[in-house]
Design a protein around this ligand. Sequence first.
Ligand code: FMN
Ligand code: EPS
Length: 331
Amino acid sequence: MNTFGQWFRVTTFGESHGPAVGAVVDGVPPGLPLSEADIQPMLDRRRPGGPLASPRKEPDTVEILSGVFKGRTTGTPVALLIRNRDVRSGDYDALREVFRPGHADYTYLQKYGLRDHRGGGRSSGRETAARVAAGAVAAKFLMTHGIGVTGRVVEVHGERDAAAMEEAVRSAAAAGDSVGGIVEVTAASVPTGLGSPVFGKLDAAIAAAMMGIGAVKGVEIGEGFAAARLFGSENNDPMDATGFLSNHAGGVLGGISTGQEIRVRLAVKPTPSIAMPQQTVDLRGDEVEVSIRGRHDPCIAFRLVPVAEAMLALVLADALLEQRALGGKRI
Ligand SMILES: Cc1cc2nc3c(=O)[nH]c(=O)nc-3n(C[C@H](O)[C@H](O)[C@H](O)COP(=O)(O)O)c2cc1C
Ligand SMILES: C=C(O[C@@H]1CC(C(=O)O)=C[C@@H](OP(=O)(O)O)[C@H]1O)C(=O)O
């Protein structure tokens, strides 16, 4: 069973080098005003291009195929399509029989017994375009409850200053290498009472959603790992008659939202596909050296910000619908 996605449900489809990627969003309440213009800005923030990202030229134009009539959702599945426009599968010819260190090539073959070697296929970061489109629908629904989700890169390769972060990416790319970073995503004006105390914990749902994004290797909520080094007196959030006096918990206590800002941090690993020579094996198990050409992000953290926002929006939309359905405190 999924930890989230029981009420506001999303499936994505498509491969990086197929004709399109897309999403089907089920459970969107009827009557929500929705058009492509609500979704496109979030996709524009995610799409490849620019000095710090893959040079693949994808317009990432979204089409709404169903679930909307006269500018409002009908309560039926909302299908979203994004066509792939700049596929260059020849880049992967030399990798047909080789496992890229750090990518999903080896494990995918172990699981399915076959592999779409063209750009990672289903394991490509390209799939996140579909999630962002779905997340934009969730964000639109959350807006009707006054909830807003925003993210930012807070660190790249240990650097926190914007210019130093950019330089870290540029110099790694110039050396044929890549760097990772930390992304923070927050949700404001979340009502109290979302989530459940045991299996449907809101923090567990958030962690599962974030870990479900490629290249994410760690998730923290509130103080996260730092809490392990604090005293209880430092980590607790005392209350007075006006409410909580601090937010070390990151907006969730006992699996249920406190009504404070939800604060999540993601550790994003360095991009696996790098030009620098690396040791690996081929399909026969023979040792080979691989140097990966093609169009890759030298740092995924910047690309991941709208994806993390989308995932948090999807979890919160799901939790809101659950709260409505279970007839708990009225929201
Ligand atoms: C938005 C985004 C962009 C990505 N861009 C690249 C890329 O250009 N090259 C690459 O090798 N991996 C890229 N990745 C990472 C791989 O998709 C990911 O590392 C791979 O699927 C293995 O999964 P794992 O890192 O979660 O174990 C990207 C991931 C995301 C979310
Ligand atoms: C295309 C996108 O990112 C891609 C993610 C990716 C990977 O291996 O994850 C590899 C690269 O693509 P290609 O398959 O063309 O080599 C990136 O450009 C996108 O985000 O839209």
